[in-house]
Design a protein around this ligand. Structure first.
Ligand code: ATP
Ligand code: ZN
Length: 746
């Protein structure tokens, strides 16, 4: 989304006790805030308990003035009659939601066409459940030192103690002493318990802890980023650089600049649970771990982090997109790493794009935003080309490493033997690599053993009973499973259709099947499989990374997990088993996404002294995607994509909103879809496509139809969709979901 569509923000300094009435936003799908009576003075942002129907519920005292531009704002909620007004029960003793965060919540709601209460729910998820319990730490007492015998362990504890209370864990870590020593010290009366300042457990990153020597090119870019931070105003930059060029190292300089100004930094990573290498690099650069924010965080840690972000003591927060909803004290910089990743888009509930909303958040915080990628999205490139974003480039790999040589393996000519998936030339290359004591990687973006199970006799295909999709065989677990709804069944002995035994055969490869083949071809190799099925936790991932880095593994076989920003210095060969996999389906971004993914995987090869090579197995070697990958010429590819999208006003040259209609039965879905189509907007610059059955026309037992609204760039989709949907109502089991800027077209 373009920053120019954001209007300047209005201040709403007004207190909300207004004739004793306050608007309170509840974390529920209502159109806006409700009014309540309040005898006590309340400020916007206060968390309160209020009655709703016969229940009590938490809500947030809201602003009367909206900062969202009028054309995007939802219609106001009609005021409530004085006599029906209910009273606020009490104010909670917890930190209020800052104004900037409230404005952000309104923005996200208006932009994504969601009720603001649902967006508030995202922000409140952890907050109001928190009992404000004091956590105790230790401080020095008045008692003179001379009275006490001091062991070296006790001395080092005293040294680690500052003016502010410190937690036992912190003291133990800093001093190397055990908690027993600390308790012993307390027994002497030299230290006593005191409430911890919230966030005290977050050690401060040191901007000058270990500064790298930057190359000239890196230094130029770092300088540009530092001055953006120094300007302390909203601006967006694209940091584009080939894989291994040191983008992380360079944006760390912007982080350092922000830390020196005492401000907070938010870094969004697409796959935070996999980011162990990233946090380790951060620690090497800044001396401490950053604060993490993701869904696997334990309750206690979540709570500590929330408060430490609110009081400004957590300086660098690295998180998944939900970190955008944290109550930052002063954001000075936002970084979105791998900005092209589609996993930044939340697909369930409130559908929003983390990258785009990061730009909104930066705007509200008056802070610069840096978008980082080796293969930027067309959206971001278009913004850079139009001069809306600054554009920084890193053109060479660090330390003289070369970009890998990319070879296309045409499967029509050099394909593998029947029933196999690795072409002879790829096998030979793997053998050579392993013989040289280097590591190889095979990439296939498909979990399980085989994507389809078919009866050789009658042609029956094993399908999910709840979804329009085939069941995927997971041979290791002896099951067939649906990757959409989770339906699981045993692998039958006989075909359920024709009852013949031993006729079901797997069609096509998943990584389990490729692994089986690799074990036969490379019997000596130590193989490690990386997929969400084998790496369940951050700890398992960290251990896998350690094994690879320490050279305990020869061959890595994996799904898209292996494409993430890993730095494996011994890895010199990457083989892509099925390069064409992402190209089918006719999705608007299929080609773009394939280039991004395969380039990212290829970029894992040859990142240190030894040169790398990449082999792409494909049936369409003449496809522009394959040519771009082989020649490292993305400009030509982007030009071609642009030429295809521009005339039809496809993003980023137009805007999209998808309507997904779903219901228990096909009839209900069809008739609602038809009704919506009948009242579709007719206007210059607008086109409505559909209704049509969704590619996943049945999902979890619900029948789905899609309509797509397309507008020219100058028209905002929000008011159009809002007006459109005001003419229809979903009844019974039917539902209408809106997806603004859709990424998935399933
Ligand atoms: N100036 C530097 N001094 C020392 N090491 C550096 C420097 N620049 C980069 N490196 C090292 O080079 C390697 C690649 O850098 P980095 O991972 O930052 O690149 P990247 O552009 O983010 O890569 P990718 O897009 O592939 O994830 C890392 O190990 C990094 O520590
Ligand atoms: Zn299913």
């Amino acid at each position: 989304m373009a920053p120019e569509s954001l209007s300047p923000q209005k201040q709403s300094a007004e207190t909300s006790t207004h004739d004793g009435r306050v608007p309170v936003l509840l974390p529920l799908p209502f159109a806006g805030a409700f009014e309540y009576r309040s005898a006590i003075a309340l400020q916007p942002g206060d968390i309160v308990a209020v009655p709703l129907g016969r229940k009590d519920i938490f809500g947030c005292v809201w602003d009367r003035e909206s900062t969202v531009p009028a054309y995007m704002a939802p219609p106001p909620v009609p005021p409530v009659d004085e006599r029906r007004l209910k009273a606020v029960i009490r104010r909670l003793e917890v930190s209020p939601l800052p104004q900037e965060l409230r404005h952000f919540i309104e923005w996200v709601a208006a932009y994504t066409l969601n009720p603001p209460g649902l967006v508030l729910a995202t922000a409140l998820k952890q907050h109001t459940q928190l009992p404000p319990k004091a956590v105790l730490g230790w401080v020095r007492t008045e008692k003179p030192l001379d009275d006490v015998r001091l062991t070296p362990a006790r001395q080092s504890v005293l040294q680690a103690l500052g003016d502010e209370p410190k937690s036992s864990a912190f003291l133990a870590h800093e001093s190397g002493a055990s908690t027993a020593v600390i308790r012993g010290l307390a027994g002497t009366g030299l230290i006593k318990e005191a409430p911890l300042l919230v966030g005290a457990s977050f050690a401060q990153p040191q901007p000058d802890y270990a500064q790298p020597a930057l190359s000239e090119e890196q230094e130029d870019v770092a300088q540009g980023l530092r001055s953006m931070v120094a300007a302390e105003r909203f601006a967006v930059a694209l940091l584009e650089g080939v894989t291994g060029s040191g983008k992380t190292e360079v944006y760390f300089e912007a982080v350092a600049a922000c830390l020196r100004r005492g401000q907070q930094v938010l870094v969004l990573l697409p796959e935070i649970a996999l980011s162990t290498q990233w946090t380790e690099r951060f620690r090497r650069r800044f001396g401490v771990e950053p604060a993490l924010w993701h869904s696997d965080l334990g309750q206690k840690r979540r709570r500590e982090t929330w408060f430490a972000v609110a009081d400004g003591s957590a300086k660098v927060i690295v998180g998944a997109r939900s970190a955008l909803f944290l109550p930052f004290e002063t954001i000075g910089l936002i970084i979105v790493d791998e900005e092209h990743e589609t996993s930044f888009k939340q697909e369930e509930g409130v559908t929003y794009h983390g990258r785009d909303m990061a730009v909104v958040r930066g705007r509200l915080a008056k802070a610069p935003v840096i978008l980082v990628s080796a293969t930027p999205s067309l959206e971001t490139l278009a913004n850079a080309d139009a001069g809306r974003y600054q554009h920084f480039l890193l053109t060479s790999r660090h330390g003289g490493a070369r970009l890998p040589d990319v070879t296309l393996l045409d499967l029509r000519e050099d394909g593998p033997a029947r029933g196999q998936f690795l072409a002879p030339r790829l096998c030979a290359a793997v053998k050579e690599t392993l013989a040289a004591g280097e590591q190889a990687m095979l990439f296939l973006n498909r979990r399980g053993y085989a994507p389809l199970t078919l009866c050789r006799t009658c042609g029956h295909r094993m399908q999910c009973p709840n979804c329009t999709t085939w069941l995927v065989e997971h041979r290791n677990r002896g099951i067939l499973t649906c990757h959409h709804c989770g339906h699981t069944e045993g692998i039958p002995k006989a075909c359920p259709e024709c009852d013949q035994e031993e006729t079901l055969v797997p069609i096509g490869p998943g990584i389990e099947r490729v692994t089986e083949e690799a074990r036969e071809c490379f019997p000596e190799a130590r193989i490690l499989v990386m997929s969400s099925d084998t790496l369940g936790s951050a700890a398992a991932t960290a251990e896998a990374v350690r094994q690879i880095t320490d050279g305990e593994v020869d061959l890595i076989i994996g799904t898209q997990i292996v494409a993430k920003g890993w730095h494996f210095p011994r890895l010199t060969l990457v083989g892509v088993v099925d390069s064409d996999l992402g190209l089918g389906g006719g999705d608007l971004r299929a080609a773009e996404r394939t280039v991004q993914l395969l380039h990212q995987v290829a970029g894992r090869a040859g990142r240190a002294e030894r040169p790398g090579r990449v082999m792409l197995q494909s049936y369409v070697t003449e496809h522009p995607v394959m040519e771009a990958l082989a020649s490292h010429d993305f400009e030509a590819f982007i030009e071609q994509e642009t030429a295809q999208r521009k005339p039809g006003f496809w993003p980023p040259y137009g805007r999209l909103a998808a309507l997904i209609i779903s219901a228990d039965s096909a009839d209900v879905a069809d008739s609602l879809a038809a009704e919506i189509a009948r009242v579709a907007p007719v206007q210059d610059g607008i086109q409505v496509l559909g209704p049509a059955p969704a590619p996943l026309s049945v999902l979890r037992g619900r029948h789905r139809r899609r309509l797509l609204l397309k507008t020219v760039r100058g028209l905002a989709v929000q008011p159009i969709v809002r007006d459109w949907l005001s003419h229809v109502k979903a009844k019974g089991s039917a539902r209408i979901d809106v997806d603004v800027d859709p990424i998935s077209f399933l």
